[in-house]
Write a protein that binds this ligand. Structure first.
Ligand SMILES: Nc1ncnc2c1ncn2[C@@H]1O[C@H](COP(=O)(O)OP(=O)(O)OP(=O)(O)O)[C@@H](O)[C@H]1O
Ligand SMILES: [Mg+2]
Length: 255
């Protein structure tokens, strides 16, 4: 389970982030980048963050520790910046905390990533349909000389259709991944090795455990998915379907 903490102070907005994440302090003495439930596309983005970070961690990819952060009405009320105040007011309750990596800087390729870690990250993004790791927005940080993957809210985007359409794991399994613009594409030789390793690691039980880390109140039920457990199962089925087939989603020249 993810750790829980209460936000004690809103420090500063991270204006480079499209969803207006903010640096906050919490009562566990932690400093976090908070991703707010009231931002743009709502709770599904937070769900994707938890699931994809869970997969990444199992594959040995460095991702900051995640926590569930409770935001009280008082912190929202005393925020002076009007745009931030609106966001905080819409986000009272549980939000996602991403452990803040102080002094980290954005990956720019000047010290190229190692082959194995690049291949693992490209595989992760292909597997979870994460289109948000291009040179325009690499979402990779360098901290203490190591590469860290952040910002997985755009992955698993098929779930945004669920309010209107029932999940379709077979369609997701067949969906190709466009890797041409991926920031680590040029560092990869073949994804075969990471693919077989990942297939061994990501058993059905492991995927269930990963999806179980999502707080229940973030799971939006629909007509086709009437309970939070149905929503959890839908995520597990999506990922299992993607692993079961012959990988039409892996870039052809890296298979
Ligand atoms: N854990 C972290 N430690 C340090 N800095 C971070 C961390 N997470 C994010 N940042 C910084 O904040 C920026 C915005 O974060 P992030 O990309 O997660 O937000 P977003 O709103 O999803 O952004 P985007 O516009 O890419 O969709 C990052 O590019 C990075 O510079
Ligand atoms: Mg980003």
């Amino acid at each position: 389970m993810l750790d829980d903490a209460r936000i004690t102070r809103y420090a500063v907005p991270l204006r480079e982030g499209g969803s207006l994440p903010g640096v906050v302090e919490a009562d566990d003495c932690g400093t976090y980048v908070a991703k707010f439930r009231g931002a743009g596309q709502g709770l599904k983005v937070l769900v994707a963050e938890v699931i994809v970070a869970g997969v990444a961690a199992r594959l040995g990819i460095r991702v900051p520790r995640l926590a569930v952060l409770d935001l009280s009405r008082d912190i929202a009320r005393y925020e002076a910046d009007e745009e931030v105040q609106d966001l905080l007011t819409a986000s009272v309750g549980t939000n996602l905390g991403v452990d803040f990596l102080p002094g980290a800087f954005g990956y720019d390729g000047s010290r190229p990533a190692g082959r194995a870690e690049a291949e693992a990250i490209v595989w992760l993004d292909a597997f979870t349909a994460n289109v948000d790791r291009t040179w325009a927005n690499p979402n990779l940080l360098v901290w203490h000389g190591d590469l860290w993957a952040i910002d997985h809210g755009a992955a698993l985007y098929v779930h945004h259709a669920w309010p209107r359409r029932a999940p379709d794991p077979a369609a997701f399994a067949a969906q190709p991944f466009a890797s041409a613009d991926h920031a680590l594409r040029e560092r990869c030789v073949s994804l075969r090795e990471v693919d077989s390793r990942a297939t061994e690691i990501l058993t059905a039980d492991t995927l269930v455990a990963i999806v179980d880390e999502v707080p229940e109140s973030w799971l939006e039920t629909t007509g086709a998915l009437p309970t939070p457990n149905d929503v959890r199962q839908a995520y597990v089925d999506l990922l299992l379907a993607r692993l079961a087939g012959d990988r039409p989603w892996l870039p052809e020249d890296l298979r």
